[in-house]
Design a protein around this ligand. Structure first.
Ligand SMILES: C[S@@+](CC[C@H](N)C(=O)[O-])C[C@H]1O[C@@H](n2cnc3c(N)ncnc32)[C@H](O)[C@@H]1O
Length: 137
C-alpha cells in the first residue's frame, strides 16, 4: 500500500521527489515489480496510508509471510505500523523494518526497539545495513 502521489509523502516534512528521479507512481511500482519477476496480475496495490481503516480492512483478508515496513518514518507511525503488522503477519513470518538505524530517521529504530522491548510476538533476528529483520513467533 502506498499513496503513489508522484512524490514520497512523509507527513510533517517537505514532500520531495524520489532521489532516483523516478516519479512515485503506480506505473513505476508495477514496472519495478515486473522487472523483479512479479507479474502485474499478481499485484494488489492499495492507494492510501497504512493508518486508513478502509485500507487496513481490505489488506487484512489474509496472513502474510513477509511484510516490509517502509512508509511513515516517524516513531509514532512506525509504532502504529508494527502494532497492526503483528496482526496480519503469519506465525513464523518475517517483517523487514527499513531505515532502522538510519541517522536521518531516528524514529524508526526508537519505535522498533521500544516495541520489541514490550510484550510482542516479534523477535529481532538481525540487522543488515539499515534493515532490521523481525520474525513473528
Ligand atoms: C521511503 S519510500 C519507500 C518506498 C518503497 N518501499 C521503495 O523502497 O521504493 C516511502 C513510501 O511510503 C509512502 N508512505 C509514507 N507514509 C505512509 C503510510 N503511512 N502508509 C503508506 N505509505 C506511506 C511514501 O509516499 C513513499 O512512497
Amino acid at each position: 500500500m502506498d499513496p503513489p502521489a508522484d512524490v514520497q509523502l512523509q507527513p510533517g516534512t517537505a514532500n520531495t521527489a524520489d532521489p532516483s528521479g523516478a516519479p512515485v507512481s503506480e506505473a513505476v511500482v508495477r514496472a519495478n515489480l515486473e522487472l523483479a519477476g512479479v507479474p502485474s496480475e499478481r499485484i494488489r496495490l492499495y492507494r492510501g496510508f497504512s493508518g486508513d481503516p478502509d485500507i487496513r480492512r481490505a489488506v487484512s483478508d489474509r496472513p502474510y509471510g513477509t511484510v516490509i515496513v517502509d512508509g511513515d518514518h516517524f516513531a509514532e507511525g512506525v509504532r502504529a505500523d508494527l502494532e497492526w503488522v503483528e496482526e496480519i503477519v503469519a506465525p513464523g513470518g518475517l517483517v523487514v523494518v527499513d531505515d532502522y538505524g538510519d541517522r536521518t530517521w531516528p524514529g524508526v529504530k526508537e519505535a522498533a526497539d521500544e516495541y520489541l522491548a514490550g510484550g510482542t510476538a516479534f523477535e529481532l533476528m538481525g540487522v543488515a545495513s539499515t534493515s532490521a529483520f523481525l520474525r513473528r513467533r
